[in-house]
Design a protein around this ligand. Structure first.
Ligand code: ADP
Ligand code: MG
Length: 373
């Protein structure tokens, strides 16, 4: 949990006592979707993009949305600033239903919600300074205030020296920094990021994520981000939701979902993060044993706190025979250890299934991957 959420949880907004007791997790929801549905009028008829989405995003949280292409991620976040109009259900911001807003209130709402995009959406004929200044000009902010705000934001994103440059003269990372500065001109309370790092190389992605983290902590912004890069979620998000065909199929703290994904889609999306078998071993792996001397290859996963640091001597002893370590590691997400071991067991008196069950006493998950000679 970020310091910002912690602070705000300690100073809850006034609520009726009854409501507070019934829905403690909703007290502080910054953005809430209630039975949200969205259907587009496509060329070949209606396209149902979202169904019955119920979700509460807390103030100050960095919230991730993942899912395959076409799952409805963009549609969902675009209902928050009403770039998309829901077909059914409601979007509440600070407990206020934004569905009833007239044009004036919508303009005001959109100013309090910044958005950044994969392709930056900068004006190519305007300088860095002018790109950041433009929304302030449109809003009729006087020049002196504009200058101060632009200067302040360019400093925040580390682009003071580039203020006269044009987008074509900038790297991808610098362009996204301009996008971030521009998204912050009206001191938004929420920042929406739709694949904001997807066009960037890994190193630049890291620096942009660092900047987003800083904005989240220093300014207390709620950040809602869509990405197909699971490493981005692992790096920066507090909680994550998995969408599939317009429905929520899984949600929870990142360490929990990443450590022990339940739904097929989550497992598939997260597979690239798992340490794969070395290729030469993968090639030799057989689904069935050919001789009784074949080694059983086991994958063990450890999630949480106590379980993530298993007693290896006890585990190996329980498996019997010779246990070789093929691969292993422990990483930490949000302070929770997530571990994985790939083991090859030979000469045990236990069957593969018995080995799996024994291993399951130490690990959250144990599976037999196959057999090697
Ligand atoms: N303006 C639109 N008109 C018709 N169909 C749309 C429109 N926008 C999105 N869709 C459809 O809605 C579904 C969800 O799209 P989207 O929210 O963009 O998914 P994602 O961002 O997860 O890739 C897809 O089937 C997509 O083709
Ligand atoms: Mg999208």
């Amino acid at each position: 949990m970020t310091a910002a959420i912690q602070r705000r949880l300690e100073t809850p907004e006034p609520q009726s006592a009854e409501r507070t007791q019934l829905y403690p997790e909703l007290n502080n929801a910054h953005v809430r979707f209630v039975g949200l549905g969205k259907t587009y009028d496509g060329k070949q008829g209606p396209v149902a993009a979202l169904h019955g989405i119920d979700l509460a995003i807390q103030r100050g949280e960095v919230f991730g949305i993942i899912g395959r292409s076409g799952a409805g991620k963009s549609s969902l976040i675009r209902t928050i600033n009403r770039l998309e109009q829901p077909t059914s259900g409601r979007v509440l911001i600070d407990q206020v239903d934004i569905g009833e807003f007239d044009e004036d209130r919508l303009v005001a709402l959109r100013r309090r919600i910044g958005m950044i995009f994969q392709h930056f959406n900068l004006m190519s004929a305007k300088t860095v300074w002018q790109n950041v200044e433009l929304p302030l000009k449109v809003a009729g902010v006087p020049k002196e205030q504009r200058d101060q705000k632009v200067r302040e934001l360019l400093e925040l994103v580390g682009l003071q020296a580039k203020h006269k440059a044009y987008p074509a003269q900038l790297s991808g990372g610098q362009k996204q920094r301009v996008g971030i500065a521009r998204a912050l001109v009206h001191d938004p309370a929420i920042l929406l990021c739709d694949e904001a790092t997807s066009a960037l190389d890994p190193e630049t992605t890291q620096s942009i994520l660092g900047l987003l983290r800083e904005i989240n902590q220093r300014l207390g912004l709620t950040i809602i981000l869509i990405t197909h890069e699971m490493a981005v979620i692992r790096e920066i998000c507090d909680r994550v939701v998995v969408l599939e065909h317009g429905r929520i199929v899984e949600q929870g703290p990142v360490w929990e979902v990443f450590g022990n994904p339940q739904h097929e889609v989550s497992k598939t999306l997260l597979a690239p993060l798992q340490h794969a078998l070395p290729p030469e071993l993968q090639n030799r792996l057989q689904p069935q044993p050919r001789t009784s001397d074949d080694a059983v290859v086991l994958r063990l996963q450890f999630t949480g706190t106590a379980q993530a640091e298993p007693d290896l001597a006890a585990l190996f002893g329980a498996l019997g025979g010779r246990v070789r370590l093929l691969q292993g590691g422990v990483e930490r997400i949000q302070g929770h250890a997530l571990g994985q071991l790939l083991l090859a067991v030979t000469g045990s008196s236990l069957s593969a299934e018995d080995l799996r069950q024994r291993a399951g006493n130490w690990a959250q998950q144990a599976e037999v991957l196959g057999y090697v000679v």
